[in-house]
Design a protein around this ligand. Structure first.
Ligand code: 4NP
Length: 154
């Protein structure tokens, strides 16, 4: 059984590319075949590579994300992916507004996949300093580990 997961944030240059990279790493390491992508609710960074600080924190943790390019979420994503996972509650509201009535994808928050943190936002590191990106990496890595386990049994 195959699975597909789309991570969504605002710009698709900080949080969701890191979540994409973390889950891909988890699944590759455990031999799990999952289609993984990311997108933004906004269109400002379409076609752009991830934020330099996101690239740096990924590289520091052994993952190259320099080839990823920003794209905006589309209505067809709700048919093309099994699971659409938002980084924060604003992303979730924007996705609910965009979701077609006959959508098949499940919709959740990243932190819904970490025990005791359901409903919380992944803080946006874009306007902060590099420490924020270390925190983002730690959060998406923990969630990715849990998601991989769920995908394995599901
Ligand atoms: P992301 O961070 O949603 O984690 O990719 C942001 C990136 C860009 C902007 C906001 C958040 N922006 O306003 O351009």
């Amino acid at each position: 059984m195959s699975h597909s997961v789309l991570f969504v944030c605002l710009g698709n240059i900080c949080r969701s590319p890191l979540a994409e990279a973390a889950l891909r790493e988890e699944c590759t390491n455990s031999g799990l075949n999952v289609i993984i992508d990311s997108a933004g609710t906004g269109d400002w960074h379409v076609g752009q590579s991830p934020d330099k600080r996101a690239q740096a924190v990924a590289a520091k943790n052994g993952v190259d994300i320099g080839h990823l390019r920003g794209r905006q979420v589309t209505a067809s994503d709700f048919h093309d992916f099994d699971h659409v996972i938002a980084m924060d509650n604003q992303n979730l509201r924007d996705l609910m507004a965009k979701r077609p009535a006959n959508a098949v994808a499940t919709l959740s928050l990243l932190f819904d996949h970490i025990a005791g943190r359901a409903g919380e936002d992944v803080a946006d590191p874009y306007y902060g300093d590099e420490d924020g990106f270390d925190q983002t990496w730690a959060e998406v890595t923990e969630a990715a580990r849990n998601l991989r386990k769920l995908l394995e049994i599901g």
